[in-house]
Design a protein around this ligand. Sequence first.
Ligand SMILES: [Zn+2]
Length: 350
Amino acid sequence: MGSDVQANYFDGIHARAHPVTLQVVDGALHILGDGVQRRIALAGVRWPERTRHGMRVTQLSEGGELHCADSAAWDAWSRQQGLTESLTVRLQQSWRGVLASLAALLALLGALHTWGLPLAAQASLLVLPQSVDIGLGEVTLHAVDTQLMRPSQLPLAEQARVQAAFAQAVAHLPTEDVPEWQLVFRSSRIGPNALALPGGTIIMTDELVYLVERDTDVLTAVLGHELGHLQHRDGVRMLVQTTLLGTVGSLLLGDFSSLLAGASALLGQAHYSRTAEHAADVSAVQLLQAASINPTAMVTLFDKLAVVREAQNTDGAAEAGPDSWLGIAFASHPTDVERIRFFQQAGTGR
Ligand SMILES: [Zn+2]
C-alpha cells in the first residue's frame, strides 16, 4: 500500500520523456508527474515480460508507454503490487508456458472435434489465454516487418491525427466492447491496406492514408472493421480452426518452435471467412453510428480501391506477388455488391 516506483512516461506522440511516479490504487494505475496525470484501468495496461533483462517497457492501451531502466526496482514494485500474480502474466513469462497451454487446449480441441470445428474453435477461444494472441501477433509483426513492410514515411503529426480521430470514435463504444488495440503505420509495397494482428496491433499503410486523401472518417471506418476482427479474435480463431488441429500430435511431442514459425506464415496466407468479414463490417457500422459518422464513408474507400485494382489489372505488372501473403488484410478481397449495399443501407438508415 502506498508504494510507488519512478519511470519515464512517453505519450506516444512526442518523443519527450516525462519523469513520473507510478502507483496502483483501486485497480487502476496512476501516472503522476509534471504536467502528467493519467489513471488507467489495470486491464488496459500491458505489463512488460519479466524474462527480459534490462529496460522494463509497459504499453498503455490508450497509447503511450512507460519505461523503467531500474529493472530490479520495477520487479520488486510489481511483485509487491501483485501485478505478476495473474495467470496471463505468469504464462507470458515463458513461451514454453504459453505453448504448453496451447497444447493442452488443442488436446481439448481434438476431443471436441466431433462437435464440429467452428464450435470447437469457439469453445477453445474461451480458454485460450490472451498471451497466446499477443505472442502470435508479435511473431507475425516481425515477419511483416522483415518481409513486407518498411517504416512509415507518414509525418508523426499525421499519424497522431488519424490515431486521435479513431480513439475519439472508439470512446463512444461501451468499454466492455472495446478490445485492446494499438495503431501502427508502415510503408508497404503491397499498396493501400490495413490489417489487424492477433493481440491488438492494427497496421495501416501510408498508401491507404494517401489513397483516401487523409480523410479520417474513411480511415476510422477501416479501423472499425479491423477492431471488429480483434473483438472477435478472428486471427487466432482462424488459426485454431484451419491449421492447428492437425498439429496436436507434434505439439504434444514438444515441437513448439516449428509450430510458431508455421503459424505466422499461415496467418499470412489464410483469409477470414465470409461470416467473419461480415461480422467485422457490422462492428464497423456500430462504431461509425455511435460516433455519428456516416457509414457510407466505407463506400468511398471501396470505390477508390476498385480504381486501384483496375489500374493494376491494366498494368499487368502487379501479378499476384506478395498479395498472397496478406489474405487477412482489408484490401485483399474483391469488394462484392452485398458489402457495398450493407454500408449504403446503414448510411441511409434503411
Ligand atoms: Zn476484414
